[in-house]
Design a protein around this ligand. Structure first.
Ligand code: G6P
Length: 372
């Protein structure tokens, strides 16, 4: 097992460091010589994909947060409404789906029973199901109409890391492919986004190269009893995933919130010394979201929060209100989750290690949950 860890302390550490490859391999071989997307493994009729009028992403755990991220991108690129739902909720609430609905089932293992039951239910209602799955030959792709494999390689640690990044990547490829098929975007715009995506593995590597600061911070917080996570737009599901990682690995109470929701309740939790991670949108993005989130940092800091800020290189506006800043390279807003989640994974992994816990096999959890 030591050899399989490739010199890393744990599979989780190794898998976090595999992430540039997981993303690169998921992108590999999916464009033709003219730069057009070709999703060969997608055994589904193009006319079906052209007629889709709603997408419903179903998944559990981390895979569901990948779906949350993808919703922002797919709606923006394709103008198709996207719902994201936990598979076990979808299955038991009489959802409105029909032959024009594309259900996208996201699963690392391809064996999660909740997700599989939701796939069966969707197909019974006449929906087409496309699976985004990491494990070849697993049950969910076998029972789906189409499959788009993530190429993250085997994920051994129970809590998901590299599969998450490759799920976002694959879902983005799907979104761009639908935009291409339906003529929602010009070929050169799609080519540009693909170029930006191809730059992400190097940028993820840069985040990994800067991990020491996150690790030190995590070790200094080994006694924390509660950590909050705030994010907005695609940073919101990143905040949810950061909180989930900390619960799973370090058994610390953690909650993620949409930053805009802060004033509607969660700010009541903030007291002296409360650690709060804030995922800050790019100051180069539209819609003034950046300044709104910087105001949130100011508000919680004024109430005594210890602010742990994830921001883009060059974003000096966060400095006056941040106790710690973890900078990530600049990227287009929709691609930022591939970078901003990485310090949160490293934080949870390091903090759990500092507490003497087994990060690969957290208590009470299973890598793939094959019961409902
Ligand atoms: C389990 C794992 C999680 C994972 C979830 C979904 O609960 O502990 O890390 O996100 O299942 O698994 P899947 O294989 O369907 O992605």
């Amino acid at each position: 097992a030591a050899a399989e860890k490739n010199g890393f302390r744990s599979f989780m550490d190794k898998e976090i460091h595999d992430q540039p490859h997981a993303v690169a391999d998921t992108l590999l071989g999916r464009t033709d010589i003219n730069g057009r997307l070709v999703l060969d493994d997608l055994r589904i009729d193009e006319s079906v994909l052209r007629s889709v009028d709603k997408i419903v992403v179903i998944a559990c755990g981390t895979a569901a947060y990948a779906g949350h991220v993808a919703k922002y991108a797919i709606e923006h690129w394709c103008r198709i409404p996207v719902e994201v739902e936990l598979a076990h909720e979808f299955r038991y609430r009489d959802p409105v789906v029909n032959s024009k609905t594309l259900v996208v089932a996201v699963s690392q293992s391809g064996e999660t029973m909740d997700t599989l039951m939701a796939v069966r239910h969707a197909r019974e209602q006449g929906a087409k199901v496309l699976a985004i799955v990491n494990t070849h030959g697993s049950t969910i792709p076998r029972e789906s109409d189409a499959v788009l494999y993530t190429h993250a390689g085997p994920e051994i640690a129970v809590a998901s890391t590299k599969a998450f990044l490759s799920q976002i990547t694959a879902a983005y490829l799907l979104g761009l492919y639908l935009a291409q098929l339906r003529g929602n975007k010009f070929a050169d715009e799609i080519a540009e986004i693909l170029d930006d995506l191809r730059e992400m593995p190097d940028k993820i590597q840069q985040v990994l190269d800067r991990a020491d600061h996150v690790r030190e911070t995590a070790r200094s917080m080994a006694d924390a009893s509660s950590v909050l996570f705030l994010g907005r737009h695609v940073g919101f599901p990143v905040a949810l995933e950061g909180a989930l990682k900390l619960k799973e690995l370090a058994y610390i109470h953690a909650e993620g919130f949409a930053a805009g929701e802060l004033k509607h309740g969660p700010i009541a939790l903030v007291e002296e010394g409360q650690p709060v991670f804030v995922v800050v949108p790019s100051p180069r993005g539209r819609d003034s979201l950046h300044s709104k989130v910087v105001s949130n940092i100011q508000e919680i800091r004024a109430r005594g929060a210890r602010t742990l800020v994830i921001a883009e290189d060059g974003d000096d506006a966060v400095l006056p209100f941040a106790d710690e800043v973890f900078f990530v390279p600049q990227s287009p807003t929709l691609l930022a989750p591939l970078l901003t989640v990485v310090p949160l994974q490293i934080f949870a992994c390091e903090l759990a290690t500092a507490r003497g816990l087994d990060v690969d096999q957290p208590r009470n959890l299973a890598k793939s949950v094959t019961v409902e």
